[in-house]
Design a protein around this ligand. Structure first.
Ligand code: PEP
Ligand code: MG
Length: 750
């Protein structure tokens, strides 16, 4: 870059800093800044557009366009060149603006006189806050140096916006982090919660984006990068040789930490007048922008690694650690980009809910959240940049919606909903010891799903008749190496103790897909949900499965034992897995250990193929449990983690209900008990329809037992069945409308 440009850029940043230091209002600062930029870049026009709401940009200051257009000219995201810069988070540089795709003429601004246009997104950590524009009469393309210099200015503006330097009147200048925000994400675990934000990774605040002495800043950066490199090396030495995945991540960190390109870009940013911190953040923002557009998972992971490394570097430079001294607020709701199972378990039951910017339904965090029975919202875009520690926050884990700093009307509607739920729970408490017997005399067994020792008290409180699904993944996910057989046996034994004789169905390790063990090498798979997972891993890696089976037998120590194998797709898989358990029983017998007084071996039915397995399969299984979450995704070919499609197909779709009915019939013919343990079992109307199709056992999260029992006790399954049959005959796609209409009448009468 030319020496003159560097010194001019530094001069401009110096002037900007002086303007920002003046004790003036936000608007006055913006006005001064556009003047300074226009003068420094020798362009006729400089304008700043900021967002007034999530979809609308507003002209907030201009030098060169008509002053009366300020706060009047607005465009929607994607509209006109400015809207396009904001939407694509990418610069537009053109010599002939009117001829450029997307150009929209705004007569009130008087911009028809200007031919060339350079728009730069004002962005911070992947979030676009506005657009900085320069225009001139002369039809010319701005040079790379000019673009770069303006990017640096935009970076400073982003930092200053974040710090509240432009706060003033009107929506576009309203203070950041104060207005209500609604974010639509995905449901990781259902439930509702009200609480206060607790940031897992407190934000690093850069208060000095502009620096005068580039040599000093370069030296600071170099020292910090050296410290970072040493830390990464230390981490590499400390990581166990066997821990290959962790080592692979750290090797990538080392590669980035030594990357010349990264260092060079930051040094160039510094030469143009940024402080070391701002240079790191500028490159981090650019990486985040690339991350959002990265086409493949591998690239996204690498960009995430760079993001993490940048955060570490910023911590070294600013001295701001994770420990900020802030106190965890009451009713904490954890907000993080992502979090590992171990860290989440450390927070334990203190949390009311979790919101993640990334995450997925099958991720470790989701497994833990499910086990902790707290709501989890995943893929909540920008939550970590929007939220501040202590901010009020509401989680609607039914809809996958987060309300940050909610307005009073939202808050009171939400509280009403929570109060109604609490009241209903009280009502359900009276039903706790009563059976789920319908008006027609059918009794449905209601059990609960669990995954942690800490879940067991719910067995008593909810009135569950046992644990229909104990997910055993957590003990494997939350540590860095394979748990020991003795530890597992002790844990399973405590689970059985806490169940006080009520049956517990242990599901063997269900990993793969998104649940990846940190210590187990796994091949990259194009479709992990259809890949090497659950029983497929168990049968191929027999060691772990046999160890777990031994632990279960020892934990039973003479008590009855129920074990089920996940994700069985064909008879042979079940036969083989079952034989392993029988072999282990034989081995334990030879070793002189006490054997379970009763052994039941079941299969989870999670793939459509198993519905049509040979009769002998249904006869051999001691029980079947329908894993509706997976079964539904494979039946409709609709990814359970993909928000676009996961709600597209109703559980009460006639095809799915007929599938459930077929399973119920096949199990009845073989005299094999069958249960349903997917999330849908906990939804009262779905539970009722499953019962009407012939299921007599349902397993669900503890909080759902009351509502499901309450409804079942007030209906006649024969009537429900008649309504379902009629709807099926009529050619309806889903029986839901007919069932809900019938229910509202039947319950009103009853
Ligand atoms: C299911 O698939 O329905 C199930 C209970 O298993 P998971 O949700 O753990 O995959
Ligand atoms: Mg499953």
């Amino acid at each position: 870059m030319a020496q003159t440009t560097e010194s001019e850029s530094r001069k401009l940043l110096g002037r900007l800093r002086d303007a920002l230091a003046e004790d003036s209002a936000g608007q006055a600062r913006l006005d001064r800044i556009v003047q300074l930029i226009a003068a420094s870049m020798e362009t006729e026009v400089c304008s700043i557009y900021l967002f007034r709401d999530a979809d609308t940009l507003e002209l907030c200051a201009t030098e060169g366009l008509k002053p009366e257009a300020v706060h009047k000219t607005r465009m929607r995201l994607g509209e006109g060149l400015v809207g396009r810069v904001a939407r694509q988070a990418k610069a537009i540089n053109t010599a002939d603006a009117p001829a450029t795709k997307g150009f929209r003429y705004m007569p009130e601004t008087g911009e028809e006189a200007y031919s060339s246009f350079l728009g730069i997104p004002i962005q911070r950590l992947g979030e676009t806050l506005g657009v900085l524009v320069v225009q001139s009469r002369e039809a010319r393309q701005y040079s790379d140096d000019e673009v770069y210099a303006l990017e640096v200015v935009a970076m400073v503006l982003a930092e200053m916006t974040e710090l509240g330097a432009f706060t003033g009147e009107g929506a576009a200048l309203s203070a950041r982090h104060q207005h209500p925000v609604m974010i639509r994400g995905g449901v990781g675990q259902e439930g509702t919660a009200e609480g206060n934000v607790w940031l897992h990774e407190p934000r690093v605040v850069v208060t000095n984006p502009i620096a005068e002495d580039p040599d000093r800043e370069t030296e600071r950066l170099t020292t910090a990068v050296e410290e970072l490199r040493a830390k990464v090396d230390e981490m590499l030495t400390a990581s166990a040789m066997s821990d290959k995945e962790q080592r692979a991540v750290l090797e990538t960190y080392r590669m980035f930490a030594h990357s010349r390109g990264w260092m060079q870009r930051m040094c160039e940013d510094i030469k143009l007048g940024l402080s070391a911190e701002a240079a790191v953040e500028k490159e981090q923002s650019a990486a985040r922008a690339r991350l959002q557009n990265a086409p493949d998972a591998y690239m996204r992971e690498r960009m995430s690694d760079l993001d993490d490394l940048s955060r570490r570097l910023l911590r070294i430079l600013t001295g701001q650690g994770r420990e900020t001294g802030a106190e965890m607020p009451p009713k904490p709701i954890l907000v993080a980009r992502n979090i590992g199972p171990g860290e989440l378990l450390d927070y334990g039951r203190s949390l009311r809910g979790i919101v993640l910017e990334q995450g997925s339904v099958g991720s470790h965090a989701a497994v833990v959240a499910r086990a902790l029975a707290i709501p989890l919202i995943i893929r909540a875009d920008h939550i970590t940049t929007e939220a501040l520690n202590g901010d009020p926050i509401l989680l609607d884990g039914e809809q996958g919606i987060v309300h940050l700093r909610p307005e009073d009307t939202i808050l009171s509607a939400f509280r009403d909903k929570m109060a109604m739920q609490a009241k209903a729970q009280e009502r359900y408490a009276d039903l706790r010891d009563k059976p789920a017997t319908t008006l027609c005399g059918a009794t449905i067994g209601l059990t609960m799903n669990a995954g942690l020792m800490a879940d067991l008290p719910s067995l008593e409180n909810s009135g569950a008749e046992g644990v229909g699904l104990f997910r055993t993944e957590l003990q494997f996910l939350a540590r860095s190496n394979v748990p020991r057989r003795g530890d597992l046996a002790a844990l399973y034994s405590r689970v059985l103790d806490a169940a006080h004789g009520k049956p517990v169905t242990f599901r063997t390790l269900d990993i793969g897909s998104d649940k990846v063990l940190p210590y187990m090498k796994r091949p990259e798979e194009p479709n992990p949900a259809l890949g090497w997972r659950a029983i497929r891993v168990g049968l191929d890696k027999k060691g772990i499965m046999r160890m777990q089976l031994q632990a279960l037998i020892r934990a039973a120590n003479g008590r009855p034992l129920r074990v089920m194998f996940p994700f069985i797709a064909q008879f042979d898989e079940f036969r083989e897995a079952r034989q392993h358990l029988l072999d282990e029983i034989e081995r334990e017998r030879k070793l002189g250990h006490v054997l379970p007084e009763q052994l039941e071996i079941g299969a989870m039915l999670e793939t459509p193929s198993l519905v049509f397995a040979p009769r002998q399969f249904f006869e051999m299984a001691d029980f079947i449990s329908i894993g509706g979450n997976d079964l539904k995704q494979f039946f409709f070919a609709a990814d359970r983690e993909n928000e676009r499609v996961r709600r597209r197909y109703d559980t009460l779709n006639v095809s799915f209900l007929t599938l459930i009915e077929t399973v119920a019939n096949r199990c009845a013919e073989a005299d094999t008990p069958v249960s349903f343990c997917g999330e849908d079992a906990g939804r009262p109307v779905e539970a009722l329809c499953f019962a009407a199709m012939g299921l007599r056992s349902l397993s669900m999260r503890p909080a759902s037992i009351g509502p499901v029992k309450h409804l079942l006790r007030r209906v006649d399954l024969n009537d429900a069945r008649a309504v379902i049959d009629e709807a099926r005959e009529s050619g309806a796609q889903s029986v839901r409308p007919a069932v809900t209409e019938w229910l509202s009448k039947a319950l009103a009468q009853g």
